[in-house]
Ligand binder design. Structure first.
Ligand code: NAD
Ligand code: UD1
Length: 340
């Protein structure tokens, strides 16, 4: 479906934001991307331009800066919706710097919503996380599951942001929170992918950097969990599938007649895959050497979690196209490009 609607994407130079910009442009949207570049540089913006063949309308700025946002909305003219990816996302760092996480993640959300309200922009998609569930009582977890006590300040910011959204939507917003499970992989073109600054915390960039020789070996954090092979279980979702879920959520909002709306959706495959299964799949699919050892459990890790994605399947007809193996192959192609 073609469209010339204009969408503001915050955190557009980051991992998931960049993949979503590509899918938005492919679906015919006009995109304005902003990012303060605290966790990124312009590499992915250049990659987006290579994939789409179009220049990205990019502005450097901070989501907490209401003056910057107001001027941006004024200069860009009518905006039809906002996708808000900008946030700090490192669980471990959030324990060291909780105030930075609260200030950035919650401050960005409230500033953005205030400016949207002033400008009469109603449609909003928020990057939430399965971290809001903590260790759920039953798995697969659906959207009815209660929020457990957050395992980290990062997790708490996502819970607080969702509660704020659930409160303010009544004043005229139409809002969807997408609760991502574990996004992995890269664009099949290998022009964009995950680019953590410094030592990666997340599993897949650690795997690919180790296989590329940037790191000596991977440590699998624990093999004594109550799971079939003893390692943790997650729901690994290809980042391009996740990006497509955003485009579907946006057209769902644009097509609803509701004046006010708040809905939350899981975005996962519905399949649990263990860390060791993923490591072995990487070795098998890529043929790369991946030295790894079993280490102690990582504090704060949830034993197993995977999604019940029925709600988004039904409401938006969204289903993942790619498998975790595809995601590993794409992540490896991207890593090899970075290594060149
Ligand atoms: P990322 O770090 O690659 O991208 C986030 C981008 O936001 C970065 O480019 C950063 O520079 C920018 N940013 C941060 N604070 C900003 C601010 N105040 N103003 C403007 N820009 C700012 O992370 P990502 O993996 O693309 O994550 C995107 C969103 O998805 C985040 O909200 C994250 O919490 C959420 N999320 C990520 C995962 C995951 O595993 N990657 C899982 C669940 C949810
Ligand atoms: C967590 C959150 C997720 C959040 C993300 C942000 C949960 C269930 N998930 O993902 O919502 O958005 O952080 O970063 O709280 N692992 C290793 N070795 C490594 C790295 C990771 O064994 O070097 C293991 C971890 O112990 C874990 C799995 O791999 O079992 C996935 O870890 P990671 O990629 O960091 O994501 P989560 O912690 O699941």
């Amino acid at each position: 479906m073609g469209s010339s609607k204009k969408i503001l994407v915050t955190g557009g130079a980051g991992y998931i934001g960049a993949h979503t910009v590509v899918e938005l442009v492919n679906a015919g949207y006009e995109v304005v991307a902003i990012d303060n570049l605290v966790r990124s540089d312009l590499t992915l913006i250049t990659g987006i331009e290579k994939i789409t063949g179009k220049k990205v309308n990019f502005h450097k700025g901070d989501c907490r800066d209401k003056k910057f946002l107001t001027e941006l909305f004024r200069s860009e003219g009518p905006v039809d919706g906002v996708m808000h990816f900008a946030a700090l996302k490192s669980v471990g760092e959030s324990v060291q710097k909780p105030l930075e996480y609260h200030d950035n993640n919650i401050g960005s959300l409230t500033a953005l919503l205030q400016v949207m309200q002033q400008q009469g922009v109603k449609d909003f998609i928020f990057s939430s996380s399965c971290t809001v569930y903590g260790q759920p009582d039953s798995i697969p977890v659906d959207e009815q599951a209660p929020f457990k006590k957050a395992e980290s300040p990062y997790g708490l910011t996502k819970q607080i942001c969702e509660l704020i959204l659930e409160d303010v939507y009544k004043t005229g917003f139409r809002i969807i929170s997408l609760r991502y499970f574990n996004p992995i992989g890269a664009h099949p073109s290998a022009h964009i992918g995950e680019m953590p600054i410094g030592t990666p915390n997340n599993l897949v960039p650690f795997i690919t950097q180790t296989a590329a020789g940037w790191r000596d070996r991977l440590t699998v954090f624990g093999n004594d969990y109550n799971t079939p092979d003893g390692s943790c279980i997650r729901d690994f979702i290809h980042v391009v599938d996740l990006a497509e879920a955003h485009v579907k959520a946006l057209s769902y909002l644009h097509n609803t007649r509701a004046h006010n709306l708040y809905e939350a959706y899981n975005v996962g495959t519905g399949n649990g895959v263990s860390v060791l299964q993923l490591v072995n799949a990487f070795i098998k699919k890529t043929g790369a050497k991946l030295p790894f050892r079993i280490g102690p459990r990582r504090p704060g890790d949830v034993e197993k979690v995977f999604a019940n994605p029925t709600k988004i399947n039904r409401a938006m007809n969204w289903k993942p196209r790619y498998s975790p193996e595809d995601a590993l192959v794409h992540a490896w192609a991207w890593q090899q490009k970075l290594s060149r």
